[in-house]
Design a protein around this ligand. Structure first.
Ligand SMILES: [Zn+2]
Length: 296
């Protein structure tokens, strides 16, 4: 049985319909051909993804807002410099920072967690994370269990972190988001799923964490067979998630901004499977390269 982490929201027991978002002021579009390694702190125009789910991140890093009748959930804080943009995006959509009742994270690297401390300060919301990630978020620094440890940047430590388990549903009002442990890219990597409905039209949304097998020069995946087994299991998990709309922490990894602009299909039930297939090839290639002494 799955336990739910329920945040009791006493202040907003209004039973109205979901709050509507007014038009967004004009914010420059992200360059379509930008290097995916750039624009991590550059404000992207905020926009609706589907129903209650909005993109409030930067041109290079996702931040996702899920809006409920009794409070909202924010996933990922992007870089240390990004919160001003994320907060401006939340406001531009007509929502309030004080309505954010829980902050979640995909993984504990500075490009997705660097802004969490500031976002927590400005919203007052707790951060909910799986144990391996929680420890890192509290320090603002990874340890040797992370394959990229030697090349990772530190970031402002996060104070109020609650530990949640794999599958422990996070609930704010009627919102229910499920964490799926998908360790590999980072030890605390977590993918999130929820269901959103526009009238009778419902979709399963998967915010699948990064699955790239990167490492610093001291780490060989081949020396960590249990970690590799868990990583392979994570890839299988992502392949099997209910997935009408795939979101990814690096929007470029799922062509997300172009899909939100209508240049490619937003809904594609095979997207998670393809994302996982690419990751499986990437991991096996990494292991092969380590064997041949050609890993970067
Ligand atoms: Zn990362």
């Amino acid at each position: 049985m799955r336990l739910a982490f329920t945040l009791v929201v006493l202040s907003m027991l209004c039973a109205g319909t979901a709050r509507a978002a007014p038009a967004v002021d004009s914010i420059p579009a992200c360059p379509a051909d930008a290097d995916p390694m750039q624009g991590w702190s550059t404000r992207a125009p905020p926009r609706k993804i589907f129903d209650n789910t909005y993109y409030v991140g930067t041109c290079g890093i996702s931040s996702i807002l899920v809006v409920g009748k009794q409070g909202d959930i924010l996933i990922d804080g992007a870089t240390e410099k990004a919160p001003a943009s994320i907060e401006a995006n939340i406001r531009a959509l007509g929502f309030k920072l004080s309505d954010v009742k829980a902050i979640l994270n995909t993984h504990e690297h500075s490009d997705h967690a660097g802004g969490l401390a500031r976002l927590q300060r400005d919203t007052g919301a707790p951060v909910l994370a799986r144990a391996p990630s929680a420890a890192t978020l509290r320090r603002g620094a990874s340890d040797r269990s992370d394959p990229q440890f030697a090349q990772l940047d530190q970031y402002p430590p996060v104070a109020n972190v609650h530990v949640i388990a794999d599958g422990q549903v996070v609930q704010v009002g009627e919102l229910k988001l499920t964490p799926h442990a998908t360790p590999g890219h980072a030890p605390g990597s977590t993918s999130w799923t929820w269901r959103s409905c526009e009238g009778p039209h419902c979709v399963d949304i998967t915010y699948a964490d990064s699955l790239s097998a990167l490492a610093d020069k001291h780490y060989r995946y081949a020396d960590h067979p249990a970690y590799v087994a868990a990583f392979r299991h994570s890839i299988d998990t992502v392949a099997s998630l209910p997935c009408d709309i795939l979101l990814s922490p690096h929007p470029a990894a799922s062509n997300l901004l172009a899909r939100l602009d209508g240049e490619a299909p937003l809904v594609d039930s095979n997207a998670c499977k393809r994302y996982a297939d690419a990751a499986r090839k990437n991991l096996e290639q990494r292991l092969q390269d380590e064997n041949h002494g050609t890993a970067p």
